[in-house]
Design a binder for this molecule. Structure first.
Ligand SMILES: Cc1cc2nc3c(=O)[nH]c(=O)nc-3n(C[C@H](O)[C@H](O)[C@H](O)COP(=O)(O)OP(=O)(O)OC[C@H]3O[C@@H](n4cnc5c(N)ncnc54)[C@H](O)[C@@H]3O)c2cc1C
Length: 336
């Protein structure tokens, strides 16, 4: 029998599964679709505790996770030989007149750059750019490559991944989870981890709700973007193979699917204003995803207050890719 059943095969469930398997714990991941097709697939992959202007305990957690990244990626690449697109490219916040807003909300200090310095960090910016804030330690990972590597690592370590298995309910008796009712019958283990992202409320009455984000990708094999560009209303994330990810809207519209003309046009206009060369690039694709929003934007990482053998790992909102390695450590400590 498996020791731990993880419900949800997004980056959070997969990262926890790997950490537990490395500790010798027998894990099974239950995923109702294919793994890593939810928010994990939709993300931009920024590792941006500073540019995202996180604060308090969340900032500490996020800085810890960012510092875990290089080793975590080395470990994954060591197991699988697969590239994850991890790139310590820094994040630049070029400003026209937004700097006051940013200064008011900063909890960590960036490097303040004048116009000339900003242009040495990144050429081709809107010519009205007056300066920039440079977060040189923020980084990015290709979340889709990362997920493929996580799945491959789990398979190589013989972790069971059951795709196409829906968990319909979590059955309980007093302060214990007794079993899961699933599309493949009842499943039981010693402990259970809930990592169901934006869909968490379907299984437990937790205050997690979806926040839709629309995104798109343009392509230019010769683009000269060397860093992520981040502003109040858009971010531009260059990959090293010519793709450029542009995001993202934040919409409180439940699970309404689809890209809208308004969403895509706003993102494109804002991106072109910031980095005019985007106007001539080919649009490759558009997509959307649902971020798991939690109160105060702080993820829920704890033993369930109601059920002793259930651990909650959900609500990572805008930063689940960043927070995956630290979440895996925190949850492994709770399980071990
Ligand atoms: C547009 C967008 C941009 C983003 N950009 C970034 C970024 O740049 N950097 C960053 O750090 N984060 C970013 N995020 C946030 C990040 O993607 C999420 O915080 C993270 O992916 C959450 O991971 P998760 O595993 O909790 O959720 P998900 O990836 O959504 O996975 C949850 C999984 O649980 C499964 N599931 C749910 N219910 C059940 C059930 N009953 N039975 C079986 N399976 C179930 C789902 O099918 C899904 O696969 C972004 C998100 C979006 C949408």
């Amino acid at each position: 029998m498996t020791d731990v059943l993880i419900i949800g095969g997004g980056v959070i469930g997969l990262a926890i599964a790997l950490e537990l398997s490395l500790l010798g714990i027998k894990v099974t991941v239950l995923e109702r679709n294919a793994c890593a097709q939810g928010a994990t697939w939709a993300a931009a992959g920024m590792l941006a505790p500073q540019a995202e202007r996180l604060s308090g305990d969340l900032l500490d957690l996020a800085l810890r996770s960012r510092s875990l990244y290089p080793h975590w990626i080395d470990q994954l690449q060591g197991i699988t030989g697969m590239e994850c697109g991890y790139w310590q490219c820094g994040i630049l916040v070029p400003y026209l007149n937004e700097v006051l807003v940013w200064k008011l909300n900063l909890h960590t200090l960036p490097e303040y750059c004048d116009r000339a310095h900003t242009k040495t960090i990144q050429t081709g910016l809107n010519h009205n750019v007056a300066g920039g804030l440079w977060f040189k330690d923020d980084a990015q990972v290709d979340n889709r490559y990362l997920s493929k590597a996580l799945i491959a690592a789990l398979r190589l370590r013989s972790v069971k991944i059951l795709e196409g298995v829906s968990v319909y309910s979590i059955e309980t008796d007093q302060n214990q989870v007794t079993h899961l009712v699933t599309s493949h019958g009842n499943l039981q283990s010693d402990r259970y981890i809930l990592a169901t992202g934006a869909w968490t409320k379907e299984l437990m009455p937790l205050p997690i709700s979806p926040r839709k984000g629309q995104m798109l990708e343009v392509f230019d094999p010769n683009h000269s973007l060397k860093t992520v560009l981040f502003s109040e209303d858009v971010y531009i994330v260059p990959r090293q193979d010519g793709r450029i990810i542009i995001g993202a809207t934040v919409e409180n519209v439940g699970f309404t699917i689809g890209n809208t003309a308004q969403g895509v046009s706003t993102l494109l206009n804002n991106a072109i204003r910031l980095y005019p060369a985007i106007a001539a690039m080919t649009i490759q694709s558009t997509w959307w995803g649902f971020r798991p929003h939690a109160p105060a934007e702080i993820p829920i990482l704890e033993v369930s207050p109601t059920y002793e053998n259930l651990v909650l790992a959900t609500g990572h909102y805008r930063n689940g890719i960043l927070l995956a390695p630290v979440t895996a450590k925190v949850i492994a400590d709770l399980i071990n």
